[in-house]
Design a protein around this ligand. Structure first.
Ligand code: ATP
Ligand code: MG
Length: 449
């Protein structure tokens, strides 16, 4: 590295190579799945007035009190790089009058910023995919949202990750549970971690997801939410669970699962790798891949009308670490390399490449180095066939087709492109499906060479 070159900011990543492919595969799969569920796309600014996050997320949360990137702009206004999507989406919903679309199903993805201690799976700039249903109080909304998350993980081929489900009840439930937790933990206050002693008055629910050994020994006997569940909250939770059963979504009840943000009510959930699974190994300590819940009450904290809503977010980097790229992409892509030999062939090669790409065939042009180098480039591109064009081919109005798997070569009429190339791929795929061998290239191309 040049010694004068500035370094990247700690906790940020330059993503490239297979990591970048896995990243984009996660986003593409999300885009496909959210359309199946008819979630509409929205883009929000990366920064908002600091107040948006402070009011919506809550001053006592770790995110607001410790993790925000806030700064004054040149006009002296306090702005913050978004640490999460929901607050900005809620602000947009209110300021744009999106109430007219309620219930509104929204999806987005992009970068988020949190001042955290960087480690594997934890960054200061990271990315999420995010889905929200705003203006729906029905448990069916929670079910639909969770079914989408579950389908997304399945389509990404991620296994060994289980939906952990809890209810935080309604306001009444949560208040009574909170009081009981304060009473219980106050008795052992001196034995709790410093963080949890501090949480005790401000945010006692958070003690339940403490990872500190000193706190963990008191968790098993802590008061359970079910003892305080109002009838209404109990019925809501039953409806969510029976809906999930009907949708074929598997889950595990997680009685002490709470969410970090103050505004959650009723449904709270996280998708977490099973202990000992490959997914758990891959993620190490930063194990939650997707989390969310119902946030009735958030809109009011931003001065809006009472608006029930439910949503989730998942870390793209963490999902990407679990994706098996080879399996995801398969090796069945229709990839062709065009290899011009000599200057005169280049123009024709360029025409052929355009024709192939316009017809959705993935095409790499290998134009650099000697013929050997060009063929190596063709192989590295993952081409199943190469189309070689030299002076002889130009003169005879043909291209030389090389089957990259067998090394066999035969000629194809130039004006048979792209149809002739399609036929080659169709025949290959059909033979593979039937478990048959494909005929030699010379035989297959006899009719149009
Ligand atoms: P954690 O307990 O890991 O700190 P969180 O509760 O702060 O997670 P959420 O605010 O619910 O996380 O964000 C949803 C998802 O975003 C997480 O499950 C995780 O996949 C991802 N995520 C959160 N913070 C980071 C980070 N700093 N770096 C990478 N991914 C993150
Ligand atoms: Mg966090």
């Amino acid at each position: 590295m040049a010694k004068n070159t500035p370094k990247a900011i700690r906790g940020t990543q330059d993503i490239f190579g297979s990591d970048a492919e896995a990243f984009s595969h996660v986003v593409e799969t999300f885009e496909r799945v959210r359309k199946l569920y008819r979630f509409r796309r929205a883009e929000m600014p990366v920064f908002e007035k600091t107040e948006v996050f402070a009011r919506a997320i809550g001053e006592t949360t770790d995110v607001v009190s410790k993790e925000m990137y806030s700064f004054e702009d040149r006009g002296g206004e306090s702005l913050t790089l978004r640490p999460e999507f929901t607050a900005g989406i809620a602000r947009a919903y209110l300021t744009n009058g999106w109430q007219q679309h309620a219930p509104l199903k929204l999806a987005t993805h992009g970068p988020l910023f949190r001042y955290e201690r960087p480690q594997k799976g934890r960054y200061r700039q990271f990315h999420q995919i995010d889905a929200e249903i705003i203006g729906a109080a029905e448990p069916q909304a929670d079910v639909e949202l969770l079914a989408m998350a579950d389908q997304l993980l399945r389509e990404l081929g991620i296994s060994g990750v289980t939906l952990q489900l809890n209810t935080l009840g309604d306001g009444e439930t949560r208040g009574a549970w909170r009081a009981a937790l304060i009473e219980y933990f106050s008795k052992v206050r001196g034995d709790l971690s410093e963080d949890s002693q501090e949480r005790l008055e401000k945010n006692p629910l958070r003690i339940l997801d403490s990872k500190d050994r000193r706190d963990k020994m008191f968790l098993a006997d802590a008061p359970k939410i079910d003892e305080f569940l109002s009838d209404e909250a109990g019925i809501f939770f039953e409806e969510v669970k029976s809906g999930l059963d009907a949708a074929g979504v598997e889950y595990k009840r997680a009685e002490s699962l709470v969410r970090g943000l103050d505004y959650y009510r009723h449904t709270a959930f996280e998708f977490i790798p099973d202990e000992g699974s490959a997914a758990a190994d891959a993620l190490g300590a930063q194990s939650t891949v997707l989390g969310g819940g119902r946030y009735d009450g958030l809109m009011e904290s931003l001065g809006g009308p009472a608006t029930p809503a439910v949503g989730w977010a998942a870390g793209i980097e963490r999902l990407a670490m679990l994706v098996d790229l080879e399996k995801a992409q398969g090796n069945d892509h229709w990839v062709v390399a065009v290899v011009p030999v000599g200057d005169a062939a280049y123009i024709e090669a360029q025409k052929i490449a355009s024709e192939l790409r316009s017809n959705s065939i993935i095409c790499e042009m290998a134009f650099r180095g000697n013929v050997k180098k060009r063929m190596q480039k063709a192989a590295a591109a993952g081409a199943r066939f190469s189309l070689i064009i030299g002076e002889d081919e130009l003169a005879n109005g043909v291209v030389t087709v090389r089957d990259m798997a067998t090394g066999e070569q035969a000629t194809m009429r130039r004006n048979w492109i792209p149809q002739g190339v399609f036929d080659l791929f169709f025949e290959n795929d059909a033979a593979k499906e039937q478990g048959d061998e494909v005929a030699p290239l010379s035989e297959r191309l006899r009719a149009n060479s």
